[in-house]
Design a protein around this ligand. Structure first.
Ligand code: PMP
Length: 431
């Protein structure tokens, strides 16, 4: 039996001084059974907890760690920078180098600005779009997450296109009244909204590949329609690549779809594991930002040199393309082997690039409403058993799994063995 005494004790103590014992809610394991594991260290593809257990980590800090834990090149870049200082509150050369790198590799990004989180990147991109277009309305999709800024914490109502209801206490309805929520994968709803309100919409924001509420891979023609309609009505298209940026290859989801968004938001991988975010895109749009333009945006730690160093080292390592093709090949093999093992069971392993999602339903969903809550409940019930066998999957069936280039063949084999046995066990209990 796996020991979790130390984790349990610490979680209990922490809950007295930190709400829910966590700095971000999903870490509290409320959707699954079992105790959150308190992590002591990461090592390649493994997480080690304070009770001495070791797990194959498919959470990878929710995406930044495409090179695994403690990649020596990234660690060295960070240490070298720390020796020179942590933050100066003014510009550094490393910040220009990372900007130059991203602008040089991502065609739609002509100018970029750094911030400290994905939330901040999206919040700033929305303000920029509103400032540029001088319009207030924004459109988001049911099932896409864009961080926790007020105007994006919105859930869809029952209609096709609805004005957003706040999905969190503390968010005034007055703020979300300018956010329209559409279902994903619905051409008609999109066309109808644009024909009615297109010229009032500042921006449409969509995740590169929606990956915060299942892995909802969109049709290429749907994304093309989105681009065509936004262009027609002078609405800016913001592609939120906080997850997909530099994960779906150097050009991210924009390149995957052959799409040219007006703005792109980043986080996660571009900071190599340090807190970071960025937004960038058309030069004429970015030029509305302060100090050149009227849209205010700022940050004490924006462009932090340690984060910039970790990010540049990560992107440089990824830039020869070899790592992407290996990741893709490993994921493809893993997904197809696991799918074969679970043949005829009510489960799909959805995979793309270095992301996969385990979903317990017959058809692969492309929109939030097509996800079966029952299937999610199956995942949530078996999570602890999987964890106790040494495989760390994200603690909610709505979350996707990330692979890194530190995941070895042996780790994939063990994961296939564990998932196959636990899913088969669980399947007996479905009837
Ligand atoms: N956008 C997307 C697509 C995300 O996945 C996330 C975080 N999961 C965010 C924005 C918010 O980023 P952060 O947690 O760094 O604020």
């Amino acid at each position: 039996m796996i020991k979790t005494d130390k984790s349990k004790k610490l979680v209990e103590m922490a809950s007295r001084i930190i709400p829910g014992g966590v700095s971000s809610p999903v870490r509290a394991f409320k959707s699954v059974t079992g105790c959150p594991r308190i992590i002591e260290k990461g090592e390649g593809g493994y997480l080690h907890d304070i009770d001495g257990n070791k797990y194959i980590d498919f959470c990878c800090s929710w995406g930044p760690l495409i090179l695994g834990h403690n990649d020596p090149d990234i660690t060295k870049a960070v240490k070298d920078q720390i020796d020179k200082g942590m933050t100066f509150g003014t510009s550094t050369e490393i910040e220009y180098k990372l900007a130059e790198f991203i602008v040089g590799h991502v065609e739609p990004v002509e100018k970029i600005r750094f911030v400290s989180s994905g939330t901040e990147a999206v919040m700033s991109a929305i303000r920029t779009a509103r400032g540029f277009t001088e319009r207030d309305l924004i459109v988001k999709f049911d099932g896409c997450y864009h961080g926790h800024s007020d105007h994006l914490l919105v859930k869809a109502g029952s209609g096709l296109a609805t004005f957003g209801q706040p999905s969190s206490a503390g968010v005034p309805a007055d703020i979300t009244k300018n956010t329209i929520v559409l279902p994903l994968d619905d051409d008609e709803a999109l066309e109808k909204l644009f024909s009615e309100k297109g010229d009032q919409i500042a921006a449409v924001i969509i995740e590169g590949i929606p990956a915060n509420n299942g892995l909802l891979i969109q049709r290429h023609d749907y994304m093309r329609l989105l681009r065509a309609l936004t262009e027609k009505y002078g609405t800016l298209l913001i592609l939120d690549e906080v997850i997909t940026g530099f994960r779906l290859g150097m050009g991210g989801a924009a390149a995957y779809y052959g799409l040219h968004p007006d703005l792109i938001t980043y986080g996660k991988i571009i900071g190599g594991g340090m807190p970071v975010g960025a937004f960038g895109g058309r030069a004429d749009v970015m030029d509305v930002l302060s100090p050149d333009g009227p849209v205010y945006q700022a940050g004490t730690l924006s462009g932090n040199p340690v984060a910039m160093s970790a990010g540049l080292a990560t992107l440089t390592k990824l830039s020869n393309g070899k790592i992407y093709s290996e990741l893709e090949e490993n994921n493809r093999k893993f997904v197809s082997k696991l799918t074969q093992n679970l043949d005829k069971m009510m489960v799909n392993i959805v995979g793309i690039a270095s992301l996969y999602w385990v979903v317990f339903q017959k058809d692969i969903p492309r929109s939030a409403s097509a996800i079966s809550p029952n299937g999610i409940a199956h995942y949530n019930r078996m999570h602890e058993r999987i964890l106790n066998k040494g495989v760390y999957l994200p603690p909610s069936g709505y979350e996707v799994c990330f692979i890194s280039n530190a995941h070895t063949e042996e780790m994939f084999e063990k994961t296939i063995e564990v998932l196959t046995s636990v899913i088969k066990e669980e399947a007996h209990e479905w009837v």
